[in-house]
Design a protein around this ligand. Structure first.
Ligand code: FES
Ligand SMILES: [Fe+2]
Length: 411
């Protein structure tokens, strides 16, 4: 009986994929979740506590107090650091032990110990952490889509699926499912035009990959490019697209990290892109609303009648078993993404630099997610049309790779 591919799916400390994931800044929570109380978080199989002390500094510490193990989620956030509720040991945001109140005045205990702490970085309303080796810490990546003129980003939703991170990321590179799963489920957000199975191509980028899905809409070709950024970031092009109006590179509507909580649970945490010059969908501006089809349906029968992404991906098993799959033509993107992740894991294992890491501070990184609609009347033959559209899509994608449209504007 085949088992899961542990190299690609296990994320705990000292696993190959866990080491790889730890080389990248990972979002832990939204900034505004850190109010007066500490926040228990679990990522990459590690239990941690996040808090903002009264001086405004954010700390991310090992959850359990080094004294006798009480969870710091019950700690007292103070002017400086966090104090364990049990015997009052006080920890600074960097893990230094500032006070051990029950000890004799001349005790050196606190100077001999240090509590586990990770570096954090706040940006775009998110708290990011770096859990890797200190001397390998990369620059914080700034993607062009997040600093785009005429747009702003706002924190969206956070939720989790009880399954492995990889099968969720793979969904990003599996656009065939929008024509099936999402036309059954929801006409509410996804436009009718999504119901047509597109021509499909997949292209590697310097930081991951995109799919290029081409569809005919009247005299137009609609090229949709959704992006997987290594290792666990996805950018989704606007779902309100109809393909009826010609327009250039749209950029993404959403940037979303899929952070492994552990091997069999994954957190989604998203940023939404809002235009400052055009109307945004009202439900998209409302942070409490989320895209339909994303979370479990209310009740088992409803899940059976209207399955969405949650039902499809979680039911692939807690960790999908690749050895039991029968990959088909539409899975070329899934295979390409698995290969990219494997290359990254092995690069780290071999002491090399994985693709997608940013080393230079302040450099803006190009991204490629967009919808583009161009006039391209159809030839009489349907097969010729499909070929022509795919060629048009690939031409666009290659043009964007050569001259990233958002990068020039961001710099
Ligand atoms: S267990 Fe935390 S101070 Fe004693
Ligand atoms: Fe989906």
């Amino acid at each position: 009986m085949p088992t899961e591919d542990t190299e690609l799916t296990h994320v705990g400390p000292d696993t190959p994929c866990g080491e790889y994931m730890r080389r990248f800044w990972q979002p832990v929570c939204f900034s505004d979740e850190l109010q007066d109380l500490p926040l228990k978080v679990r990522i990459l199989g590690e239990d941690l506590v996040a808090f903002r002390d009264q001086s405004g500094e954010v700390g991310l510490l090992e959850l359990h107090c080094p004294h006798r193990g009480t969870s710091l989620e019950f700690g007292l956030v103070g002017q400086k650091g966090i104090r364990c509720c049990y015997h009052g040991w006080l920890f600074n945001c960097d893990g230094a032990i500032l006070e051990t109140p029950g000890e004799p005045a001349d005790s050196t205990l606190k100077d001999r110990l240090f509590h586990g702490a990770y570096p954090v970085h706040e940006a775009f309303g998110l708290v990011f952490a770096y859990l890797g080796p200190p001397d390998e810490k990369p620059a914080f990546p700034v993607y062009d889509s997040l600093v785009r003129q005429g747009f702003r980003v706002m924190p969206g939703q956070k939720w989790s699926y009880p399954c492995n991170w990889l099968q969720i990321m793979e969904n990003t590179m599996d656009p065939a499912h929008t024509a099936f799963l999402h036309t059954i489920v929801s006409g509410a957000v996804f436009t009718d035009e999504f119901g047509v199975l597109p021509g499909l191509d997949f292209v590697e980028t310097p930081i991951g990959m995109i799919y290029v899905a081409t569809r005919r809409v009247g005299d137009n070709v609609w090229a949709r490019m959704v992006e997987g950024i290594l290792p666990n970031l996805q950018q989704v092009a606007p779902l309100t697209e109809t393909g009826r109006r010609e327009h250039p590179f749209s950029g993404p509507m959403m940037t979303r990290w899929l952070v492994p909580i552990d091997d069999t649970n994954t957190m989604f945490i998203e940023l939404r892109h809002l235009s400052e010059t055009e109307d945004n969908p009202p439900w998209w501006i409302d942070r409490n609303q989320m895209m339909p089809g994303q979370i479990a349906m209310a009740g088992y029968e409803e899940s059976q009648r209207h399955p969405g992404d949650y039902e499809a991906q979680v039911s692939q098993r807690p960790i999908a078993i690749h050895g039991l799959e029968h990959l088909s033509e539409t899975d070329r993107g899934v295979s390409m993404f698995r290969n990219q992740v494997r290359r990254g894991i092995r690069a780290v294992r071999d002491g090399k630099e994985p693709a997608g890491l940013v080393r230079e501070e302040g450099v803006v990184t190009a991204t490629y997610c967009n919808n583009t609609v161009q006039r391209l009347p159809a030839p009489a033959e349907e097969a010729a049309d499909k070929k022509m559209m795919r060629e048009a899509g690939m031409r666009l994608a290659k043009g964007y790779l050569a001259h990233p449209p958002l990068l020039a504007a961001a710099e």
